[in-house]
Ligand binder design. Sequence first.
Ligand code: BG6
Length: 487
Amino acid sequence: MAVMDNADTQAGLSMRDGSAAEFPQGFLWGGATSSCQIEGGYGLDGRGDTLYDYLPVSKNRYAWYTEGNHLTQDAYYPCRKGIDFYHTYREDIALLAQMGIKAFRLSVAWSRIFPTGEEKQPCEEGLAFYESVVDELLAHGIQPVVTILHYDIPLALIERYNGFASRQVVDLYVRYATALFDRLGSKVPYWLTFNEINIMEHCPLDAGVRDLGDDPRETIARTAHHQFLASARAINEYRRRGYTGKVGCMLGYEPVYPQTCNPEDVLMAWNSERQQLQYSDVQAFGRYDQAVLDGYDANGWDVVHEGDLKEIATGSVDFVSFSYYSSATVSADPNAAMERGNITYSVENPYLQRTQWGWLIDPLGLELALLKLYDRYRLPLFIVECGLGVRECPPADGGPIQDDYRIDYLRRHIEAARCAVAAGVDLMGFLTWSPLDMPSAATGEQEKRYGFVYVDADNQGCGTYERSKKASFDWYAKVIATNGAEV
Ligand code: BG6
């Protein structure tokens, strides 16, 4: 048997030289947003309350709601104001169009369409608003990518049903999704059923669940199943209507590294990763892993009902989308200090730096993410969030913010994506989080800024809300104009 020497083994690495690779024609360069972070327009035109209307600016903002403070206290609630996109969308879209973006991801606020989630008929003002946003995008040659639910479930569905822990909410979601398809189906080419469907393991309120019951593991399994079922039914409704767009799942994905080559660390890393992937497995393969179903049976959990698996099988997705902010690193040592990133907990990784918010910066992790997801699913992939949140102040001389750190961050991630494309990954697009500054989802801080466009507002909602371009605005315009050849 021939034994490879060191030089031969390096050949594997040379395969990742993506410098000559081109992004495919029609690559969807753009940016992503969510209704509860940009719209504002609180209570306008019949919009009902959502969870995010009651989350203040705080590192522990979800506890504020679960502890019942929203009933007795008042505070500044940043998502009621967002960045006022409800009123400024025309100007904002015109500004982003100057960058030449090809795609813009927005989400619909369920409570603008069905204020409590339970009405029989959709609210015309809500539908008209989103149709107008979509028309505005199309008029600028920008493809809308619509997320049906990005966290802001109507408050009434949390209080009455405990969100997706209840099976009734599946039908309510499908009625809502169907109303969107009936109005926007012929105009919107890309749909995502749930944002970061796996995040509810860490933040159950994002699936509307405020009570984890006696056995939180069962509640999480049931909630996840109801979301899979809701997604599949919605996809089946979409296809039944004959629309020809594509519907994807959306995973909050962090590849997981073992801290050492101790097999205990390696196994733990792989299991932690499988924990994330089991969500996209169901939606992409259209079936559960049999071991998962056997586990439900063994525990006596009432999760899957007759007929559900058939619906899930026919309602699998056309593509797999995901957010990418960082990798995570785990250790089997029970005393290792763990810190929360966006999705998972991680021990220190001495090879990586952290953002001002402690998130690990790991461009190569994106390449790895793409390779792993493509190897697993062999479906088109779509990066629908990637970006750097930092504190920024406009310079005193009135010039643009020189956000070289953002350019560097995005450049390195785009290069990593290019290497994955060179290795054969079918990649649909790259959407940054987010083209405009907006309140953070996790903490509500406006001052955690991701945009190419600065929005003049602070954490208390004070400011003019005027928009101004940062240096990265022109840089991203050039990236798009050259289809990624010049980064
Ligand atoms: C993603 C969410 O997980 O992370 C976005 O889908 C969110 O809604 C983004 O904004 C960044 O998180 P944060 O808390 O910095 O806004």
